[in-house]
Design a protein around this ligand. Structure first.
Ligand SMILES: Nc1ncnc2c1ncn2[C@@H]1O[C@H](COP(=O)(O)OP(=O)(O)O)[C@@H](O)[C@H]1O
Ligand SMILES: [Mg+2]
Length: 252
């Protein structure tokens, strides 16, 4: 089943067209890595897919349900109730963790469960404890984000996203705010999720990780998908000179 379908998506900020006619989909169980130079539109694509930005044209479907379409040149989003349902299909992990600084680690994970999903507190705490243990943070439930390392904070934010039991998890450069020696612990967590068949779309500059974990690699440049395919095609044997030029900046 297709969990995400994007058709002919465009996005402009005023005169600046940032995404141009993007057609992209993700099937259940797939791990997709998006690579490309800074400013190519990777974050904007994730932000459009997760409703943090409004699209300027095209169509988006989640689990076959219509999030947005364009009729006669005008973008139309689904009604509020549908969007609320669609929002529950995905989670997003940001580059800068975006934890609530005034809440304990546990409360960061339980908050959306108790407030948005009306899950009883005891049940939400149980879910949080299970996920924090899974993330190697079983002893940090009562800590505050500022007391944790960047790697630990990012693992809390992954636990927070998983608590809502999403069908698809988006990561926007989950390791680029981390020291290189910490990066590995986050990549390991993502790899474990991939082994559990979690559907994921990961924007990353970690090329060897993308090769290792992704079923498909998408190379974006200038607001378009330049090429996509199996990692061994796109990374080891790119067909576009733009992909080649981009990859030549990486030693791995
Ligand atoms: N809120 C915004 N307003 C205006 N321009 C933006 C905004 N967000 C992103 N852009 C522009 O859109 C382009 C793509 O940005 P982005 O999606 O962040 O790229 P990437 O994530 O690949 O580095 C860049 O030129 C950026 O400056
Ligand atoms: Mg970005």
């Amino acid at each position: 089943m297709k969990l995400l379908e994007i058709k002919n998506l465009s996005k402009s900020y005023g005169e600046l067209q940032v995404l141009k006619d993007i057609t992209f989909d993700v099937s259940e169980g797939e791990v997709v890595a998006i690579i490309g130079p800074s400013g190519s539109g990777k974050s904007t694509l994730l932000r459009c897919a997760t409703m943090l930005e409004k699209i300027s044209g095209g169509e988006i479907y989640c689990k076959g349900e219509k999030m947005a379409e364009t009729v006669g040149g005008a973008v139309r989003y689904a009604n509020k109730a549908s969007l609320k349902k669609i929002r529950s299909y995905f989670g997003l992990v940001f580059q800068n963790f975006n934890l609530f600084p005034h809440m304990s680690v546990q409360r960061n994970v339980t908050e959306a469960l108790t407030v948005n999903k009306k899950v009883p507190k005891a049940e939400a705490v149980k879910t949080a404890q299970k996920l924090l243990i899974k993330m190697g943070l079983g002893d940090k439930a009562e800590s505050y984000p500022c007391q944790l390392s960047g790697g630990q904070q990012q693992r809390v934010s992954i636990a927070r996203a998983l608590a809502l039991n999403p069908d698809i998890l988006y990561f926007d450069e989950p390791t680029s705010a981390l020291d290189p020696e910490i990066t590995g612990e986050i990549l390991k967590v993502i790899k474990e999720l991939a082994a559990e068949k979690m559907t994921m779309v990961i924007v990353t500059h970690e090329i060897s990780f993308a090769r290792n974990v992704a079923d498909r690699v998408v190379f974006m440049d200038g607001g378009v998908i330049v090429e996509q395919g199996r990692p061994e095609e796109v990374i080891d044997n790119p067909s576009s000179p733009r992909t080649k030029a981009f990859l030549s900046h990486f030693s791995n």
